[in-house]
Design a protein around this ligand. Structure first.
Ligand SMILES: Cc1cc2nc3c(=O)[nH]c(=O)nc-3n(C[C@H](O)[C@H](O)[C@H](O)COP(=O)(O)OP(=O)(O)OC[C@H]3O[C@@H](n4cnc5c(N)ncnc54)[C@H](O)[C@@H]3O)c2cc1C
Length: 488
């Protein structure tokens, strides 16, 4: 087996040429000069319950790849540790640190910037699928590799629902550690508001069982900035009684884009806590479609549906009274799972305080110029319970009423298109990002602001810096919305 590059140790902090990735130790593998003795991999392999994938293994190309993958963010891991039990995470951390290799932690692989791949050791928890639902106590205990849709399905058997995001393939741990916004945010808050405890291994290889009583400060930081402190291998979260909901998609004609955007703004401005919706716009086959969930009384759900029909003439409706789990298991708009997997995917997301007339004009204009694979969206309109929780109650601060996220995702397979595609998406982002008070949601970070991580953590940044200093002073866990000092 060939020797592989090893990262050498950097004594001073610096910023990698990647968004939000600040490092205080280590270079990328490309810069590395030292080599890992193959014998050390053999020893590691015998210690692991799970699997070790190296660059010359057949599965390497698949194992290194995550959902959003393109030439700008591609990584070439030295090793991928597919954990077979929680303890494998410690073995992987110890190994990577002993060899000065960069670390990335992966659960569901849905990071927008391929943060869960890296040029060192990927600690992949996606095979850790143990989960128990306790219907009497209304809690779920799940390992790090359990996906959001899998929790919804398991809890749904008891008429219960987790508070997670809208994509079934995102890991429940990943979405919760960054905040977590989904169909039930108006009723039950963010995912992190429903976290009860977590088990994690920190950079020094130590285990921590963390909850409100045992380590309230670290527990606070885990709820919004959680990827910064270690590898969370399992967690416990609250479930809620959620019966049948009304949900699905109302489609409109792309020629009604402006009216639909204006109507969406009005409907969401007055929406009850029980209602959440995402408006998707594409020039592809699906056109404009408003995906929604109403988790309240049937009569109120019917009223909401009438107001969606009044926005513009629907061209099609796929709306059902259905168990919540069925909606929660439905593929995300940007990931419908049909057709061949594209070679490259990219996403841009911006947060806005309001849907202004300007935003509407720009979205209509961008839609007119978009290629059919582009799916733009307005999602996570902030209202209800998620906004009643104070911004400093957890590390997730972005709880301002009527704020929301704009997103564009696209995919392509011809490498010759790459530069044009990036030019288009960058133009989209630059036209839509706010000129002041710019804020970024950790789970949706696709670019960096001049202010750096204070844009992500706002008023919680200083407190998080102290916590980071205590648990990860060398910034071993930096492939994330990284807590780093502000730049001038
Ligand atoms: C199609 C799609 C739909 C989405 N929908 C929503 C949504 O509705 N609501 C929402 O809030 N977000 C949504 N997201 C964003 C998603 O919540 C974040 O990208 C999240 O970080 C993904 O977690 P993951 O484990 O799947 O991804 P990964 O790529 O595995 O990890 C993402 C980040 O979290 C860190 N991380 C993951 N697991 C752990 C762990 N166990 N311990 C420590 N660090 C860890 C990784 O190091 C990385 O920095 C969506 C993303 C996609 C691609």
């Amino acid at each position: 087996m060939a020797h592989v590059s090893r990262r050498t140790f950097l004594e001073h902090g610096g910023a990698l040429a990647g968004v939000g990735v600040a490092v205080s130790s280590g270079r990328s593998a490309a810069e590395g000069v030292a080599e890992v003795d193959p014998g050390l991999f053999s020893t590691l392999r015998t210690r692991l319950t799970g699997r070790l994938v190296l660059a010359d293994d057949q599965d390497y190309a698949t194992a290194k790849r995550v959902f959003y993958w393109n030439p700008r963010i591609e990584q070439r891991p030295v090793a991928i540790v597919e954990c077979g039990e929680e303890e494998d995470a410690v073995r992987a951390v110890d190994f990577a640190r002993s060899q000065d290799l960069e670390i990335a932690v992966r659960s569901g692989g849905h990071s927008h910037l391929a943060w869960s791949s890296c040029n060192g050791v990927v600690i992949d928890l996606s095979k850790l699928k143990k989960m128990t639902v306790d219907p009497a106590r209304r809690i779920v205990h799940a390992e790090g590799g359990v996906f959001s849709g899998e929790v919804a399905r398991a809890a749904g058997r008891y008429g219960l629902a987790p508070v997670l995001g809208q994509c079934p393939g995102v890991s429940a741990t990943g979405v919760t550690l960054g905040g977590g916004l989904g169909w039930l945010a108006g009723l039950y808050g963010a995912s992190c508001d429903n976290l009860m405890s977590a088990r994690l291994v920190t950079a020094d290889g130590q285990w921590h069982d963390v909850d409100e009583q045992t380590n309230p400060e670290l527990f606070w930081g885990l709820r919004g900035a959680g990827a910064n402190f270690g590898v969370t291998t399992s967690f416990t979260a609250r479930l809620h009684e959620v019966g049948t909901i009304l949900g699905g998609d109302v489609h409109y004609s792309p020629s009604d884009a402006k009216a639909v955007l204006q109507g969406f703004r009005e409907v969401m401005h007055a929406a009850p806590d029980t209602f959440q919706a995402t408006l998707n716009l594409t020039r592809g086959e699906r056109g404009l479609f408003l995906s929604f969930c109403h988790a309240g009384a049937e009569i109120d759900a019917d009223t909401m549906l009438q107001s969606l029909r009044a926005i513009a003439k629907p061209t099609k409706e796929v709306v059902l009274r259905q168990p919540f789990a069925k909606l929660a298991e439905k593929a995300a708009a940007t990931n419908p799972g049909q057709g061949a997997v594209p070679a490259f995917r990219e996403v841009q997301t911006v947060r806005r305080e309001r849907i202004t007339d300007d935003v509407i004009e720009i979205l209509v204009d961008q839609l007119a110029q978009a290629t059919p694979d582009v799916v733009m969206g307005l999602s996570h309109y902030m209202h209800g319970e998620v906004c009643r929780v104070l911004p400093d109650a957890t590390a997730f601060p972005h709880r301002q009423e009527h704020s929301l996220y704009l997103r564009m995702a696209h995919s392509w397979s011809d490498a010759r298109l790459t530069d044009d595609r990036f030019a288009w998406s960058e133009q989209w982002r630059e036209r839509l990002r706010p000129r002041q008070n710019e804020r970024i949601y950790a789970n949706y970070q696709t670019y960096e602001t001049k202010q750096g991580s204070p844009s992500v953590f706002a008023e919680n940044h200083a407190r998080l810096l102290t916590l980071k200093q205590r648990y990860d002073p060398e910034n071993v866990f930096h492939r994330n919305a990284n807590i780093a000092p502000a730049r001038g």
